[in-house]
Write a protein that binds this ligand. Structure first.
Ligand code: HEM
Ligand SMILES: *[C@@H]1O[C@H](CO)[C@@H](O)[C@H](O)[C@H]1NC(C)=O
Ligand SMILES: *[C@@H]1O[C@H](CO)[C@@H](O)[C@H](O)[C@H]1NC(C)=O
Ligand SMILES: CC(=O)N[C@H]1CO[C@H](CO)[C@@H](O)[C@@H]1O
Length: 400
């Protein structure tokens, strides 16, 4: 079984390598550099976009001495054979009752993996010894914690202390993507959970909704994502919701000009104004250009005052699940991006060409999105003896 899946991935990767045009390999090589500052050695990321030779080598090495230090397909095959099923079924049940769980989980995955890797650090609650990433300003309005926790609770009943919260999160997010109409992608397991959270890094490193294209590309770039991969990940913004606070400045007072953002379609702007009435306390976050946008520009949906209306990122589910991703790029081309950061993707030739490609080629988008989600899910994971397997996702294990 493991072998078959491995073959599948190789085939998929080879396909993309041939059809997928030129990936900037120089960029990808950056991924082996550790941007963070953690103790212990992280498993190097396997980039599905790497040279085929590298890819082969990776999978060949799978059965070598390093086995326990890397991710594997069906890592819980012996230790908890029903783990992946429990997660899949759990997500399907919640989704049936509450479809908004899908975008919540996908966003949660992004916030976990982007900050020091997919180690479930975002799930930790603050206690006397740590400050939680959940308290970082960009984390406001993150949701889905309860779903992860309840699935973990089910898993603990069947195989206590075996399945990591980091694996639960990546597998739950994969199922969420599938439920929302996105592509399936194979995932290896064997991630371990961090014993610390990274609030300051989260505040510094998560791009704000007012981030410029240079900031966005730089933040994704240091994590090994090139323009194409970055643009494809944004396809997730074709589902879910966003609070008015995150783009209100574009409607009323863009860059302190007292006027709307000229890069926003006028009709769409009127439509949004009815959903997000002017509120004096709305943040006016400046130009959003340059690297020094503080995370506090997130405004804070819970900070009182400003309207906390929400707008549908999915444009009223335009085209249904069939249009997962693509409707987002089509809207960007019509100057109907919601956040400044979204619309920035059309602001530069290298990213705009991918917006255009994804808007017209659904299959290309689905393949690229699948690959980028695999890469995101493998970013800087803890394996082998590193980290721990929490029993409750919001708490590190008690010290013995
Ligand atoms: C520069 C990069 C990004 C910025 C600035 C950004 C910002 C935001 C903001 C402000 C919201 C609205 C949250 C709310 O009002 O509750 C949001 C929602 C969302 N984001 Fe992003 N995001 C970025 C990249 C990504 C990526 C890479 C993914 C996933 C691959 C993602 C997935 C989502 C999803 C699914 C939602 C909807 C959440 C929900 O409905 O609960 N975002 N994002
Ligand atoms: C990285 O670790 C070193 C020592 O291990 C410490 O001096 C430095 O402040 C750390 N940097 C960050 C960004 O945490
Ligand atoms: C727009 O923002 C600028 C700078 O923050 C501020 O001085 C000005 O009063 C605002 N105008 C309106 C109409 O809110
Ligand atoms: C989901 C979550 O824990 N959100 C927290 C984000 O941070 C603010 C404070 O900065 C908390 O009030 C929220 O509970």
């Amino acid at each position: 079984m493991r072998f078959i899946i491995t073959c599948l991935v190789i085939a998929l990767s080879v396909y993309v390598a041939y059809h997928g045009l030129e990936y900037d390999h120089g960029f990808i090589r950056l991924t082996t550099r550790s941007p963070g500052n953690r103790t212990g050695v992280k498993a190097p990321e396997k980039s599905p976009f790497d040279d085929n030779d590298d890819l082969m080598t990776w999978y060949m090495e799978d059965d070598s001495d390093h086995q326990s230090y890397s991710l594997h397909y069906d890592f819980y095959q012996d230790s908890c054979p029903t783990a992946e099923r429990i997660i899949t079924i759990g997500i399907r049940e919640v989704y049936a009752a509450k479809p908004s769980v899908a975008p919540s989980l996908i966003r949660l995955l992004f916030h976990d993996c982007f900050i020091e890797g997919c180690d479930a650090s975002v799930l930790l609650d603050a206690d006397e010894s740590l400050t939680s990433e959940k308290e970082a300003s960009p984390n406001q309005s993150l949701k889905g914690f309860d779903v992860i926790e309840s699935i973990k609770f089910e898993l603990e009943k069947v195989c206590p202390g075996v399945v990591s919260c980091a694996d639960v999160l990546v597998l739950a997010a994969r199922e969420a993507v599938l439920m929302a109409g996105g592509p399936f992608y194979p995932l290896e397991t064997g991630r371990r959970d961090s014993v610390v959270a990274f609030k300051e890094i989260a505040e510094r490193e998560l791009p704000s909704p007012q981030a410029s294209i240079s900031v966005i590309l730089a933040r994704f770039g240091t994590r090994g994502f090139n323009e194409r991969e970055t643009v494809s990940l944004f396809g997730a913004h074709s589902i879910g919701i966003t609070h008015c606070t995150f783009f209100e400045d574009r409607l009323y007072n863009f860059s302190g000009t007292g006027k709307p953002d000229p890069d926003l379609d006028t009709g769409f702007q009127q439509e949004l104004k009815t959903k997000c009435p002017y509120s004096a306390s709305a943040p006016s976050p400046g130009t959003g250009v340059g690297p020094s946008i503080p995370a506090s520009d997130y405004g804070g949906v819970s900070s009182g005052g400003g309207s906390d209306g929400v707008v549908d990122l999915s444009y009223n589910n335009e085209g249904g699940e069939m249009n997962f991703g693509t409707r987002y790029y089509r809207r960007l081309m019509q100057k109907k991006g919601l956040m400044y950061a979204d619309q920035q993707l059309t602001g530069r030739e290298e990213t705009e060409m991918w917006v255009r490609a994804y808007a017209s080629d659904t299959q290309l988008f689905r393949r690229d999105f699948a690959m980028s989600m695999m890469k995101l899910s493998n970013y800087h994971v803890l394996t082998g003896p590193l980290g721990q397997v929490r029993t409750t996702c919001s708490k590190v294990l008690p010290k013995i």
